[in-house]
Design a protein around this ligand. Structure first.
Ligand code: BES
Ligand code: ZN
Ligand code: ZN
Length: 492
């Protein structure tokens, strides 16, 4: 798909007209269309937030679609724009429009506020994405060209940032939607390496013997049940920040999570090929960061494996080691993500010299119970880092909700036979999302740290307009914008 900026209206199948309320036409598309628009504004369209209406009008012997997109009263925030402008693009796509023009100047804020411009600039790629898997002859409608029409100049860099960022999200969705019948820890590693070569970051893939030599017993315990799909430690390096601190982006990379001997029910298992949403977000973000040549030092780390059943899998009651030297009592083999992440975090700190850790994971069902399906649940030991994440969430329209890392809850992870247990084991304790974070905090060695539990936002069976059924690609844009905030933040 081609995405351009132009200052005159091209011939298109559909025109998207953005309006704030009260609805007024600020631009001219020629007498015939202007009359049609003005008539529609008189009675049929109020420009309320989320209001979308289409009108078919004959122009030079062809029917074109005018799509009115309402955003309500100003000021407009990126998230509101993201949700509502996506509806207009979706309506164009569903109607089969291949060439779409967006009349940006009808709502000048879209050009004057760079955050808003980038938000709308990401949507064509996000809406165009189709999740057709391995279906033969899928019937997909797609945009061929989307043109943003504006008299403003100087928008090109922001448009390229929007495209690179949206492609990062599409990469994350594509990786995350691969079922375990096609995706193994190694195929994920190879996909990361290919993207690294294309976008500009380097990739090192550590195999089982090297992982063993590092003493990653916690990671290896989870991986042990999947004999045919051995683990891979994927290390991605992008070091363009000079002597700035090194930031570790650590993503959970379970290409399948059956729960192991603490087996999940079928209903809770069938989408568990998506349990590498954190890894997908890291890989998508690294791609966008490298394409944008951001002045940062980022190390991406993914401990990729499968949580499967075999005669040899780890079982509840096991006491296992970890790269950090802490012993762990496994009370539940389904709390496997934290076991892989603990070693990945230790690796990032001790072997790659990371000063800041950002981990992102589909870690707990409890995250959704705590904050709902629109936000990830975040735990952090650093207020300024969380402020940077909030700014990134504002720009990316990917919401975050911070929970207190309530130290009193830590006692739920006390073990009589090991340094810590991986899950409380008592349903009466509650706070599963916080406990996941508190477990990881034990491995961050007092580094500045932020934990993003994206279990509730990773997958949508009833998708909003900006995505389609399946993986949302959540996190790629968030981590991209966080990297853009980092130089500023790391100074303080
Ligand atoms: N991958 C799951 C979390 C998950 C649940 C992701 C639903 C997406 C949707 C994770 O490994 C898990 O099973 N966590 C357990 C932890 C519990 C055993 C302490 C959970 O949430 O029940
Ligand atoms: Zn699990
Ligand atoms: Zn899991």
């Amino acid at each position: 798909m081609k995405q351009t900026i132009c200052n005159v209206f091209p011939s298109a199948d559909a025109y998207i007209l953005p309006f704030a309320s009260p609805a007024k036409r600020h631009i001219s598309l020629g007498k015939e269309l202007d009359d049609a628009i003005d008539l529609a504004l008189e009675r049929h369209f109020q420009a309320g937030a989320g209001e979308v209406k289409a009108l078919m009008v004959p122009v030079a012997g062809k029917l074109i679609q005018l799509v009115f997109s309402g955003f309500g009263e100003m000021p407009l925030m990126p998230r509101k724009l993201y949700l509502n402008a996506a509806k207009a693009f979706r309506m164009c796509k569903d109607a089969g429009a291949e060439c779409v023009a967006v009349a940006l100047d009808n709502l000048p804020a879209l050009c004057e506020d760079a955050d808003l411009f980038e938000t709308v600039g990401r949507l064509p790629l996000l809406v165009n994405y189709a999740n057709t898997g391995r279906k033969n002859n899928p019937k997909v409608k797609a945009f061929r060209e989307v043109c943003f029409v504006s008299e403003h100049t100087g928008l090109n860099d922001r448009m390229q940032a929007a495209i690179d960022c949206a492609e990062g999200t599409v990469i994350a969705r594509t990786l995350c939607n691969q079922p375990a019948s096609f995706q193994t820890p190694h195929s994920l590693a190879e996909d990361a390496a290919k993207l690294g070569a294309e976008c500009g970051f380097s990739t090192e893939i550590l195999e089982q013997p090297q992982i063993e030599a590092l003493g990653m017993d916690s990671f290896l315990s989870v991986a042990r049940g999947a004999k045919n799909t051995p683990p891979a430690l994927i290390v991605m390096r992008y070091l363009q920040g000079g002597d700035a601190p090194v930031v570790g982006y650590v993503g959970k990379g379970l290409v399948y999570d059956s729960g192991g001997y603490s087996l999940k029910s079928n209903a809770n298992m069938k989408n568990m090929f998506d349990d590498m949403g954190g890894a997908a977000a890291v890989i998508g973000a690294m791609s966008a960061i490298a394409r944008q040549k951001l002045p940062v030092n980022i190390i991406g780390v993914v401990a990729a494996c499968e949580n499967k059943l075999s005669y040899d899998s780890y079982v509840p009651g096991d006491i296992i080691g970890s790269m950090a030297g802490k012993s762990i009592e496994v009370t539940n083999t389904d709390a496997e993500g934290r076991l892989t992440l603990a070693d990945a975090i230790t690796y990032a700190i001790r072997k790659e010299g990371c000063d800041v850790i950002v981990d992102i994971a589909t870690l707990t069902g409890a995250a959704k119970a705590a904050v709902g399906k629109y936000s990830s649940a975040v735990i952090s030991n650093d207020d300024a880092l969380y402020t940077a994440l909030q700014k990134a969430a504002y720009s990316s329209s990917e919401k975050v909700w911070r929970l207190d890392a309530d130290e009193e809850m830590q006692s739920c992870l006390n073990s009589a036979v090991a340094d810590i247990k991986n899950a409380s084991g008592a349903t009466t304790d509650g706070g599963g999302c916080i406990l996941g974070g508190l477990f990881l905090q034990e491995f961050v060695e007092k580094k500045r740290w932020i934990h993003i539990d994206m279990a509730g936002v990773n997958f949508r069976a009833e998708p909003p307009a900006f995505t389609t059924t399946g993986a949302t690609g959540y996190g790629a844009a968030l981590l991209f914008y966080l990297a853009r905030e980092l130089p500023q933040y790391l100074k303080t």
